[in-house]
Design a protein around this ligand. Sequence first.
Ligand code: F6R
Length: 608
Amino acid sequence: MCGIVGFSGVRPAAPVLLDGLKKLEYRGYDSAGIAIMGDAGISVNKVTGRIANLCEKTHDGADVPGFTGVGHTRWATHGAPTEENAHPHLSNDGRFAIVHNGIIENYIALREELIKDGFTFQSETDTEVIVHLLEKYYKGNVRDALIKTTNRLRGSYALGVICTEQPEKIFAVRESSPLIIGVGVEENYFASDVTALVAYTRNAIYMDDGEYAELTKDAVKVFDCTGSEIKKEVTRITWDVQAAEKGGYEHFMLKEIMEQPAAIKATIAPRLKDGNIFFEEFDISADELKKIRKIVITACGSAYYAGCSGKYALEKLCHIPVEVELASELRYSDPLIDKHTLLIVISQSGETADTIAAMKECKERGAKTLAIVNVVGSSIAKLADYTLYTWAGPEIAVATTKGFTTQLAVLYLLALSFAEKLECITEEEYTKYMGELHTLPRHIQQAIDMNSKIPKLAKKYHKSSSLFFIGRNTDYAVALEGALKMKEISYLHAEAYAAGELKHGTIALIEDHQPVVALCCNPSIMEKTLSNIVEVKARGAEVLALTFRNNQKILSTADDFLFIPNVDAVFSAAIEIIPLQLLAYYVAKENGCDIDKPKNLAKSVTVE
Ligand code: F6R
């Protein structure tokens, strides 16, 4: 949930670290700090709140001279977001400063032990035990001390360390938290995410669990847990600097909404060749597919809702039963999973702790694992038997948009490819759905273009104390995601209900002027949802319907409208969500919310 950076070079470290931290701010933004190796030892600056405060405090780094340093942006877990709890943390002897992303599960026992040894603690964090262990184990060799220290830790960590005894070096360790080394010219770096590196270098080394790195301005060395040096591949980062910047948009979220036609195209097009679907990374035969008795999809948050939407396409086209499970539940549910299960794991970041744990649990039970992931080299991508990347580019806004729709695009590709291999659909159907996949980017662009009235609608609905989202089947799955978008960025209470369930309780909440967003994009059940619209209107609700422009029955019943182009319901979820993303965005804007960094949230949830 936090972001860490490290730098060693021939220019001042602080401005580079501050710039990197700004790029990582989406990972956590309640406090921040940097530690710079100066002539008189380590100098630490910390602030509560945003990186902007740290820039102000240090005059953009000019006040802290030095060519080596580490930085941190925090999403508080252990201890409130105060300056004391902000990283970097210093050892009692002032020799070490560390930054940490992750959780140390056994920190209480370690803290007691260290207090008995005479160490004093300045913070309530789990992290501080690490820096005192380093001091305890340091006998003249930092690498040895790091290995001894990490051998005592249980949990997840990406660590950055500087030590006064080797002032030109930065040290890094990875265990279950992302860490990437940037290889530059006369300078080297590490960071939690490539977005912090692309302004400086395109050459990256993805660290694996249990690896230690030592970086100076001219050298990058990686070691295994015995301290032996290992050779690592340098990978070229394909994202460019603009991809991680706002490019004239007021918010990353709006930019990312607008990028969806291109992101979907980048995800689909390379996999469509000569009228066939082709996965370089996952070539499953018809015989292997026939052995799969069920598909289980697991994920968290929006990625889970992508799974709920994708279930309809998979079941309809391939006739394989699909269960969609929240990863945080699946991991503790003693799941009925074996080697005949295909586990599809969905994650934008590839680092979500619950998703990783659920995946490990299912792998142990023999499931084949297929990951749908956006971040190259992330933990989930490394753990899975097969990985299909969503080529959405960096997603910076905390609320996912293009991450979600590209996940759906991959699920649609899978559904159609499996259906063809299993011979569950006719040739005409196959051609028709292929056509839908080809036109998906264009339809998403149309859904953006057709809804220019949303800013005006937002002015009407932003003052509501709550919003209901209703729909059936895929419409219901999209309603769940639409309500989540609304909640997380506008802080309005929003709840999604399966439309047919209203009369089993929820309708009691409908009163005059209660806004109800009704999704009606599936012709086979349109009449049913229409009845629900009539029911809520009869009780005073104000209905904002999401439907096709030529849907006369809905147009003559609802009060306001969001539109999508006429598309087949099997792949419509990726289009339906577009107006709902825009609605949430403009409602949040009306309410003056911090759209890209909603309160209490962080982009990558690497803690349970
Ligand atoms: C909501 C949102 C979250 C994530 C969830 C899973 O807008 O972004 O609900 O979808 O935290 O994250 P990933 O996909 O990174 O595993």
